[in-house]
Ligand binder design. Structure first.
Ligand code: SF4
Length: 753
């Protein structure tokens, strides 16, 4: 942790200076978001008034956090950078690969066995390169980060979409792909489109059944799953200051469901209390020293409509508990209207399972408030009608709530404690009978509820609510139960009512833990060996991609002319393939299998120009590779939209595709292609897409004078002997051209190292 406090001191020394510089160029009061962004401009990024939603800006994050599924490829790539240590403090968290089935201990031990080679790799690579390693069972990435690493005014990237959880403690924390994490660990800046800003003013104060979760459930209903796209959501006002730091974390965490880049709260007394409560009074003292820079300017909050692109106001005193769903997190129902919605829509009213916890909602406050309801169930002789599970977010929380008796209380109510891991939240749930695909309802305190996410059953109607509402509804076993107004019949036949939940933001006896599950890296990792079995089918060390051969690319075969939408999911499918995300050769067998071939309207069926036969895309490309022939992929508009998964760029590179030529790119994928040493080109005239024929052989001309702003020429040689010359634009700057020439960005970093 010493490394951290020194880093934070440095950030806090720079923050006032950089904000002062930003004030001069922006020329008006600053939001908190702008302050933190300007305080983290990379060395090369000039301080200027960036255009929201338009300017691409280089930043220098303070930290990197990775979960075990996405860390695999990020770290395999990082090993190519030629560094002895990561450039910024980084951690790995083993949380996504643990399947929930029986209960914490048995499930954990099974996962350790099943995923041993992945855990051994992650532990050894972390040990070697100075990365903190959180073992399986230690907890879920975002809860562990909040408890240990998040700090006000910091900037972090994480290889998981709910990284914004740390915004609850005043950090700009953004979910990214593994390639971005690799770059930052290798010491490169990180690019982000300067976000738009949405301000959410919170007035009043929560009470009774309403919880912090209801704020984001309400916001999701207002903004919908797309409303936050490209924006950072900044919460402020007296209501914001009244929320616990962990409650704020819940709100920021689920901000991912409205598509927001991230969400953030300013530093306040609740932040200081949480830092002190989690053993970080030193950071609270440092933050107090620059507190004015860790919140927005007063002028901004006095007239937010002048400084934010959109402003929403919510009165916490009037906010009702919400239940959102099914199948989408933005279908928001105040509890008073939910029962009617269940009946009108014919959703199964019988509640099969209630699940609390996860990275979103497993704070001491959440668990203690839910336990107060469980205790009432016991005291009032109510037998819980639904199954009920509890997923603690970290071992520290689990140990503390066990010490304080809450887990015993859940046990009396029939609850099952699952491992400190993602489990059902990410589909790692061996739910018995799910394969029958029966229509049923579950309710969780998680964040996502898309079809099949929890148990793979498309007919599971999953609803999202606060842990308090989940617990009350699990006791009732009925989705139409409103705990604010309705009574339940107990085992003695009496009508009883549940009282409002009660809990504590922080444990009065402090947090405790025997073994938090942390493994510090070696001070000098030079002799540490990274463990990867050469026979593994889940992990494979990477080889450097070959440098450009110094001549124009001629005689390329057309691999596929993709038609219509071609997202990163079409290029590199998820689902069962995720097992191979650490093994580039194996996962490349999913390359472009979801893309529609414009010549036959089929997926995963392209003509092999060497044999004339139709075959699967990966197999066809492997045939070209074996014959030493390069190829080209042609695509439509917005090629590569979707997740920032780097496999979508690495797979074609690995299998020998030399260029992707499209009508337009999704920016992140275009950058990922450049990083891997690929040519990412766009038709200067989009209708030239129509000129490409199935048996074309293609030349790319002009590479020997490849320069920023200078288009390249592409020649299509058709089977009938005719040809078309078309102009291809590109967005490579000089540095990115050097990546292409070196074979990849990592090759260049390695050469410099
Ligand atoms: S608990 Fe759920 S939302 Fe949180 S990191 Fe795990 S899978 Fe993602």
């Amino acid at each position: 942790m010493a490394f951290d406090i020194e880093m934070i001191k440095e950030v806090y020394a720079q923050t006032p200076i950089r904000i002062a510089a930003a004030r001069k160029v922006v020329g008006k009061p600053l939001t908190l978001t702008e302050k933190i962004l300007y305080a983290h401009l990379s060395e090369g990024a000039a301080s200027q008034a960036f255009k929201r939603g338009t300017s691409y800006v280089d930043f220098q994050p303070d930290r990197v956090a990775m979960q075990d599924a996405t860390a695999q490829m990020a770290l395999l790539q990082f090993m190519q950078a030629g560094r002895s240590q990561v450039a910024v403090p980084s951690t790995v968290h083993c949380d996504h690969l643990i399947q929930a089935e029986i209960g914490a201990d048995k499930d954990l031990s099974k996962a350790k066995d099943k995923n041993k080679e992945v855990y051994d790799f992650l532990a050894s690579v972390s040990n070697k390169y100075g990365i903190g390693f959180w073992k399986p069972g230690a907890g879920i990435i975002h809860q562990v980060v909040l408890e240990n690493y998040a700090f006000p005014g910091g900037m972090m990237i994480g290889t998981d979409s709910h990284t914004p959880n740390a915004g609850g403690l005043g950090m700009i924390a953004i979910g990214v792909g593994g390639a971005d994490a690799c770059d930052v660990m290798a010491g490169l800046p990180w690019e982000l489109k300067f976000p738009k800003l949405i301000g959410v003013k919170l007035t009043g104060k929560l009470s009774g059944w309403t919880a912090a979760k209801d704020v984001i459930l309400k916001v999701a209903g207002i903004l919908t799953v797309k409303g936050g796209t490209g924006a950072i959501v900044e919460y402020f006002g007296e209501g914001a200051r009244s929320l616990s730091a962990t409650g704020k974390g819940t709100i920021c965490n689920m901000g991912a469901e409205i598509g927001a880049t991230t969400s953030i709260f300013g530093y306040d007394e609740k932040s200081a209390a949480y830092l002190s409560g989690t053993g970080r009074s030193d950071i609270a003292a440092l933050a107090n020293g620059i507190a004015e820079h860790l919140t927005g300017d007063p002028e901004v909050y006095a007239q937010p409509e002048l400084y934010f692109d959109q402003v929403i106001e919510i009165n916490l005193s009037e906010l009702e508990p919400h239940v959102n769903g099914p199948f989408t997190p933005d279908l928001a129902w105040p509890i008073s209207k939910f029962a009617a919605a269940v009946r009108e829509n014919g959703w199964p009213a019988k509640l099969d399972v209630g699940l609390i916890g996860s990275c979103t909602n497993s704070s001491y406050e959440d668990i203690s408030r839910a336990a107060s309801l469980a205790q009432q169930a016991v005291d009032k002789k109510l037998v819980a009608k639904s199954e009920y599970t509890i997923t603690p977010g970290s071992e520290q929380v689990r140990f503390t709530v066990a010490r304080d008796g809450f887990l015993d209380t859940f046990d009396k109510m029939g609850g099952v404690v699952l491992a400190n891991a993602c489990g059902p939240c990410i589909g790692q749930w061996a739910r018995h009978g799910a394969e029958k695909q029966e229509k049923n309802s579950i309710i969780t305190s998680f964040n996502r509820n898309f079809a099949k996410r929890a148990d793979g059953n498309p007919n599971t109607h999953a609803f999202v609510a606060s842990p308090e509402i989940v617990t009350a509804l699990a006791i009732a076993g009925d989705l139409t139960f409103n705990p604010l107004t309705d009574t339940l019949t107990n085992s003695e036949g009496n009508q009883v009512r549940l009282d409002e939940p009660r809990g504590l933001e922080l444990p009065t006896k402090g947090f405790a833990v025997e073994d938090a599950g942390y493994q510090a890296p070696a001070a000098d990792g030079s002799t540490v060996q990274v463990l990867v079995s050469p026979t593994s089918d889940r992990l494979q060390l990477l080889d450097s991609f070959a440098a450009w051969e110094g001549v124009d690319l001629k005689g390329l075969k057309l691999l596929i002319k993709a038609k219509g939408k071609c997202t990163t999911d079409h290029i590199s499918m998820a689902g069962p393939w995720l097992k191979y995300r650490g093994h580039l050769d194996n996962i490349s067998n999913n390359m472009l299998i979801g893309a529609v071939n414009a010549f036959n309207d089929s997926t995963n069926s392209v003509k092999n120009q060497l044999t004339g036969a139709y075959g699967e895309v990966p197999a066809t490309q492997r045939a070209y590779k074996a014959a030493g022939i390069g190829s080209i992929v042609v695509g439509d508009e917005n090629y590569g939209e979707g997740s920032s998964r780097e496999h979508a760029a690495m797979e074609p590179r690995f299998l020998g595709v030399r260029a992707i030529l499209v009508k337009s790119f999704a920016r992140i994928h275009e950058t990922n292609l450049k990083k891997q040493g690929m040519l990412a080109l766009t038709f200067a005239n989009p209708s030239d897409y129509d000129l490409i024929q199935e048996n074309d052989v293609i030349d790319i001309v002009g590479l020997t004078s490849f320069a920023p702003g200078k288009p390249l020429e592409v020649v299509f040689h058709h089977a009938d002997g005719t040809k078309d010359h078309v102009v291809a634009n590109h967005t490579y700057n000089q540095g990115q051209i050097e990546w292409f020439k070196a074979g990849s960005a990592l090759n260049l970093i390695k050469a410099k190292a």
